[in-house]
Design a protein around this ligand. Structure first.
Ligand code: 1CP
Length: 341
């Protein structure tokens, strides 16, 4: 499908463009009344994720409502552990929960991996195909996966956590098993992302949401090698790596075969650009800035695009919070869309 608006792709490929493209992490979700209305009629989050027509519908909602420059397929990073044999529940108001977790070698041996696991996710590929058809080339569609360290963290910890200390303990106490698990996750993720591209995804983003709790040495040992494998395995579309709070690893990320690096709001654009010479930066407004006065939101958005300069994709530094005033999201998007280099 030929894209009518390919600004995101041209920017990701490092081309000179007229303005930064803009989209928001978690743009498909509770900030939109139409999402809440649909979600209210369903049994839960997983029904939405696993019903391709509905996943496509909520993927397109922010494109209609906010006129952002990209759609991101409605899904979750936790579909990968499930495809490998570890099912998750999404507990209302609490988040993900794995009734069984990974503790020992036997648990890892039992897991499916690679293409065998990835083909369990046909509902995602169907959702992508429907979305691409319904978008009619209006904007590119982003496909995504969690980075192997972040996926391991949920598989070992069993739920969200502030410290993920059980998962980190696993790295320190069972490094060989950790590498075995990380490789299985990596093989599955590569097969999965290749199928996402085949189904029509125009760009791939890898979320290492828990990179920031690792030491630089742990990141180099347990996160970076697997991110590198995934980024190098993806052909034909640009790749974004968002390792949240991994400012300490930018020199490592500069060596990854990816086009774009996501920047969180704890890092200044100047610092990011001083290390990431060959990458396009994506980010990084504090999501809480969108609780401010509209004129302050506009000022902050302008400061951000000026500070990053060219080769920048405008976004927040992490996902938009569900109770963010929609009008301020609009101010953010419209300010970027009115800007010219
Ligand atoms: O309907 C609901 O209220 C459930 C909330 C929700 C939503 C809307 C969850 C549960 N996941 C999602 C969708 C989702 N997840 C998207 C949709 C596309 C979009 O951006 O619009 C994406 C990209 C994700 C990816 C994801 N899931 C990440 C990586 C990005 C990040 O936020 O760091 C992570 C860590 C998850 C796990 C997860 N899923 C849901 C929650 C509440 C969490 C976080 C749990 C925790 O705090 O550890």
């Amino acid at each position: 499908m030929k894209l009518k608006n390919d600004l995101l792709i041209r920017t990701a490929m490092g081309e000179d463009v007229e303005r930064p493209p803009v989209w928001l992490m978690r743009q498909a979700g509770r900030i939109l009344p139409q999402y809440r209305a649909l979600r209210g009629k369903l049994s839960g989050f997983k029904e939405l994720v696993e019903t391709p027509n509905l996943a496509a519908e909520v993927t397109i909602q922010p494109v209609d409502e906010l006129e952002v420059d990209a759609a991101i397929i409605f899904s979750d990073i936790l579909v990968i552990p499930e495809a490998m044999g570890l099912t998750y529940e999404m507990v209302e108001k609490k988040g993900p929960l794995f009734p069984k977790t990974i503790q020992n070698k036997g648990d890892i041996t039992k897991l499916a991996s690679g293409i065998d696991a990835a083909t369990n996710l046909q509902y995602v590929f169907d959702a992508i195909e429907i979305t691409v058809k319904e978008l009619e080339g209006r904007v590119p569609l982003i496909g995504f996966a969690g980075a192997p360290w972040t996926i391991l963290a949920y598989m070992v910890e069993g739920s969200g956590s502030k410290t993920f200390s059980k998962a980190k303990k696993f790295l320190y106490q069972q490094p060989i098993l950790a590498h075995q698990l990380l490789q299985k996750i990596t093989d599955t993720t590569i097969a999965y992302l290749k199928l996402k591209v085949k189904s029509g995804a125009n760009l791939i983003q890898i979320f290492d949401s828990w990179a920031g709790i690792l030491s630089p040495l742990q990141f180099r040992t347990f996160a970076l090698p697997y991110i590198k494998q995934i980024a190098s395995a993806i052909d034909n579309v640009p790749v974004t790596v968002f390792a949240k709070n991994a400012w300490y690893a930018y020199a490592d990320l500069e060596q990854v075969d990816c086009n774009v690096v996501g920047i969180d709001w704890n890092t200044s654009p100047f610092y990011a650009k001083s290390i990431l010479h060959t990458k396009v930066c994506q980010g990084n407004l504090d999501p809480c800035q969108l609780y401010g006065q509209p004129e302050d939101v506009a000022q902050a958005a302008l400061k951000m695009v000026r500070d990053f300069g060219s080769n920048h994709i405008a976004n927040l530094g992490h996902g938009v919070y569900p109770d963010t005033p929609l009008d301020n999201v609009r101010v953010f998007v419209d300010t970027i869309k009115g800007y010219r280099y």
